[in-house]
Design a protein around this ligand. Sequence first.
Ligand SMILES: CCc1ccc([C@H](C)CC(=O)N[C@@H]2O[C@H](CO)[C@@H](O)[C@H](O)[C@H]2O)cc1
Length: 781
Amino acid sequence: MFGFMDAFLKNDSFSLQKDILDHVEYTVARSRFIFDDFEAYQGLSYSVRDRLIERWHDTHRYFKKKDPKRLYFLSLEFLMGRSLSNSVINLGIRDQYADALNQLGFEFEVVAEQEGDAALGNGGLARLCACQMDSLATLDYPAWGYGLRYQYGLFRQIILDGFQLEEPDYWLNFGNPWEIERVHVSYPVKFYGTVEEEGIQGQTIKVWIPGETVEAVAYDNPIPGYGTRNAINLRLWAAKPSDQYDMESYNTGDYINAIMDRQKAETISNVLYPDDRSYQVALQINDTHPSLAIAEVMRVLVDEEHLDWSRAWDITSRVFSFTTHTVHAEALEKIPVDLLGNLLPRHLQIIYEINYKFMEELKSMIGQDYDRLSRMSIVEEGAVKSIRMANLSIVCCQIVNGVSKVHLDLLKERVFKDFYELWPQKFQYKTNGVTQRRWVVVSNPNLSSLISKWLGTESWIRNVDLLAGLRQHVSDPDLQREWKMVKKVNKARLAEYIETLSGIKVSLDAMFDVQIKRIHEYKRQLLNILGIIHRYDCIKNMETSDRRKVVPRVCIIGGKAAPGYDIAKKIIKLCHVVAEKINNDADIGDLLKLVFIPDYNVSVAELVIPGSDLSQHLSTAGHEASGTGSMKFLMNGCLLLATADGAIVEIMEEVGADNMFLFGAKVNEVPALHEKGASLKAPLQFLRVVRMVRDGYFGFKDYFKSLCDTLEDGKDFYLLGYDFASYLEAQAAADRTFVDPEKWIHMSILSTAGSGKFSSDKTIEEYAKHTWGIEPCKCPF
Ligand SMILES: CCc1ccc([C@H](C)CC(=O)N[C@@H]2O[C@H](CO)[C@@H](O)[C@H](O)[C@H]2O)cc1
């Protein structure tokens, strides 16, 4: 059966050449005899798309046949990045395509550079679910990703005179070969209006008369697994103006028909609970952002399926589970009831009903403890009456998980303490992971083939535990030499990128020290910059003779600041003025360089991470729920300088603290340090570098005042002063180790060897087993 299907699309170089040229001619509509790199990219992408569609069809035909329990993963953000290289590698035909392109006079890498990032997300949370989709596909799980097809991606970061400016990301301007518009898969989505009570067949039902309707149209993005025929679906919804609902019919109460029209909507519920069989779907909400889905499922079951409330609630509270990605209570979403009541009046009613029943149940369990009752209420009274989406998610979902062991402890002890004490069985942790396909095989092919060579197999790409096999070769001089060479080649590529970007020539013998992530006070890019100022100041005050002992550094910082986040923007500016001073100081030369990489995104990460020697993860302990950047660096043999926060604590267990550079206050020490407040005295070195900034040593004296004020004793909430001394010690330890290449390479190889646990394959297997109860459903070849 499937053998026959395969026959259609051949993957030999000649067939690929023909397919590419056919698409250039017929899809891109450019002459097959003359086309440029971008048109080659389009032709190539459409030919890859054909192969994705074939696998997509076969997979979904097989899922239909086998009818396994399915996962619907709801997220408002998917940071997919580029698709071309990842797709041809997961399809196992990269070399054939590279050869086909060569035959046509094109370079695969050059053509692949034509693709823009699909940046439909902010940071960690968004990229995590992209990695998880890759693992769900590769591990053959019957899963769908659901999200929104935003018109614009995350803003482009333009740096002007060291200041961050934002520009729209017109990611769709040049078309998107990786999506399939499903014009026939569309649903009217209702907003505003009123809720009427109607008696029908002796039942009073609520009828929502919307004020406005938008048509949601599906765009399907095939997600190919690696080394399997399975290709799953990421369905992104776009909003289109709709004339579906002629208010006329509503006003005349002709809603029966309207409901009938809505038949399509019922299919959603049809898959939810096929009569008495166990629940056939699991719904995962990625943080609180999609949590309105809880009220929507209740609305469909009660208002459209006419189930009684308790039956509907029984279903809803069994199919949903919730992952939280933050430790900051202030980041927990709250929606003002005025806004929700106006926009989605029926959903607000349902949430009130859920809360009423929950409060009744809670009173029966904890009695009249009004403080606790009001803390746990889904409805927050007060100045702005609002709905606590995290409380709604916890009350409804059968499982609530943090994204690292430390994160769960913080949820239990602080963020969701009341709920944990009520429902301890609901709370779990699922340590994050990243996909080794994109973060090693795609972005670091040299290291990928070196690992396969020394493990004697490529199957680590699907079975990441095999990476541990590198440990037995760690002292082999050949491996060490080849490992060093791979890093050198990647550093050269990064150095070239830096020179193209900034005109700065950096020495490959220097330690490439990298901190790339969203700019945020708790991630302490400022500590990194103050450490660099200290290093600069020390070199300046050194005897020339002593300068020979300085370990040369190229410090690389990258990341976007939320447009309205002023302090974060000042940190970006400070980085630029410090770089200006250092990079143009003849006394310093190659001993120290500071480079800010603009417009940091997935593709930039794929270039920077393989070329990094050291990566920094400086969050104040107890503030980073997990962190996933650290895992990507670890897999690429880059050493970590970090606080024992989030997933770093588990990385220490896997790789060994002596293969990392750790510093700073521990998670359980921070609350007491906060108590101490102003009595906490910062060390002199710290006061000195802050003074330099405050006094205008780098200029912009007034502009940086508020930034310096955040570091004053008693106001230094993120403990930069308290951690500064141990931070400098960790940096000095890194210097000492870097001048001992044997030791460094040893730690680098052991980092990769111990990174298997942090593959998103592991994370997904845990969720599948303990949260979703789904089994692999592998489409036969
Ligand atoms: C409503 C605004 C908003 C948007 C996104 C978020 C995300 C939850 C922030 C985020 O990306 N959190 C990060 O999630 C990663 C994946 O689990 C973790 O590794 C990071 O520690 C966490 O900061 C919070 C608030």
